[in-house]
Design a protein around this ligand. Structure first.
Ligand SMILES: Cc1ncc(COP(=O)(O)O)c(C=O)c1O
Length: 315
């Protein structure tokens, strides 16, 4: 798995972080920190945050489990399965986690389902990374008819859709994160919504104290500042429309996205990735089954103008 170190140079258009939130938002979050949160252990399962998330989303409190990023929860959930089904193209972490824990992996390409039979956990993400597409409801229902589905909704807040958290429970687990739309990737906070019996089972095996008191306090504060996030999503969407117009003008192929990134299925995607890198833009080279191209995180216009100029050189 390719991991980019913090100190690497160039614009970070690689991790799908929210690049539209103002520093005022972060200043308010920093003001939520107290010495106590540093001196003392946090609540073992971050119950205050779990309750606040449940209230924010109108869910039952017992159905929310907080973890150190969506990845931590993915690891925990995939760790319970024997045979893991994966719908490709998808986030490479699923396959990495499953294989690193010695699981049998059954991968299919959307819209196929047949090869997933026998999987005791089917992992799918919608809106999808890397394509930015959203799967139709009928497809998710088809997956649920085959087994327990772990739906990763890391990007749902960008989509304008409600997603499936309210339906989470028997046979459906939904994982979300504060790393993307909420702009808190450095804090490592995610949550999963599922049947409360399953949460009890997981807690019996999981490590407590995974999310620090500082991260918890900031995530709690962020929930009260959701207006900043909504405004940032609006701005991102208007840049996205502008970007589509520029790509049309250049004749560069792209998929219309439900997220804060755009996937470009270019034939010469490796050359494009290299040239963008040389021009100071780090985008993601995607080589997943069913998706080859580059994935560009949306940034404010001055940065995107540079991306468009560079794409103009190769198209
Ligand atoms: C689909 C998907 N799920 C989960 C994550 C990881 O989220 P977190 O930062 O909460 O671990 C990412 C990050 O790139 C992602 O794209």
């Amino acid at each position: 798995m390719e991991l980019i170190p913090q100190q690497s140079t160039g614009e970070r258009l690689f991790y799908n972080e929210n690049l539209f939130l103002p520093s005022e938002y972060y200043e308010e979050l920093i003001r939520a920190i107290t010495q106590k949160q540093i001196r003392f252990y946090p609540d073992p399962w971050n119950s205050r945050l779990a309750s606040a998330i449940a209230e924010f989303l109108s869910l039952e409190r017992e159905k929310v489990l907080v973890g150190a990023g969506a990845d931590d929860l993915l690891r925990l959930l995939i760790g319970q399965a024997d045979v893991v089904g994966i719908v490709e193209p998808s986030y490479s972490m699923y396959e990495f986690l499953a294989k690193s824990m010695g699981k049998e992996v059954r991968a299919v390409r959307y819209p196929e389902v047949g090869g997933l039979k026998g999987a005791d956990l089917i992992v799918v993400n919608s809106p999808n990374n890397p394509t930015g597409l959203m799967y139709p409801e009928g497809y998710l229902e088809e997956l649920m008819s085959l087994g327990t589905v772990l739906l990763d909704e890391a990007y749902v807040e960008f989509s304008g859709e409600e997603g499936y958290v309210k339906r989470a429970g028997d046979g459906l687990i939904v994982v979300r994160t504060f790393s993307k739309a909420w702009g808190l990737a450095g804090l490592r906070v995610g949550y999963a919504v599922m049947d409360e019996g399953l949460i009890r089972e997981l807690k019996a095996r999981a490590l407590p104290y995974q999310v620090s008191g500082v991260s918890e306090a900031m995530a709690l504060k962020a929930l009260t500042l959701h207006k900043f996030v909504e405004e940032a999503v609006r701005e991102m969407n208007s840049v996205k429309e502008w970007f589509y117009g520029e790509l049309d003008r250049l004749g560069v192929p792209y998929l219309r996205s439900w997220t804060n990134f755009v996937f470009l299925p270019l034939n010469n995607y490796r050359d494009a990735w290299r040239l963008l890198k040389e021009r100071g833009y780090q985008v993601r080279l995607v080589e997943r089954p069913g998706a080859r191209g580059i994935r560009v995180t949306l940034a404010p216009i001055p940065v995107m103008e540079g991306v468009v100029r560079a794409l103009g050189e190769i198209s």
